[in-house]
Design a protein around this ligand. Sequence first.
Ligand SMILES: [Zn+2]
Length: 173
Amino acid sequence: MLPCRHRVRPWFLTLSLWSWQETVKAVFLDRVNIVSEYDTMVRSPSFEIRLPSVVSLKTYVKPALYPAFTRFNVFLRDRFSCQYCGDKHDLTFDHVVPRARGGMTKWENVLTACAPCNLKKGSQSLHAAGMKPMQPAYRPTVFELHRNGRLFPPNYLHESWMDYLYWDTELEE
Ligand SMILES: [Zn+2]
């Protein structure tokens, strides 16, 4: 969910640079106005709200330099393409250093990979698998994700990634 202070092109609002938890927190701290909502309800024992899809900031907040570590943002960093072969279908996540070898789930160790490449690499190291990613796994800035978001046509990302509760949940580090 992208906070906006000015009118921006509609498709751009759908980019999820905040995790949905961050957005709900901002609503409860009264830091944002809700511009529009999804149909999905967020519930806890004491409250129930519709998940905001677009919010505007009530006061100026220094923009975060780094985006939330979510599935959506990892795919956006990698431009929704396999980092080993460039395929854009059947995408999954690859741990560069396999979890079985102590590899962590973090920006610097997770790459977008198509299922066949993920299967081929298995729990081997890059060297053992003879595979080389197009770019190393790294923590992107918000600016870089905005730039990548502009590569996609209007509404492309929104319609393709409807399961925001899944996609915008912060990954465990
Ligand atoms: Zn691939």
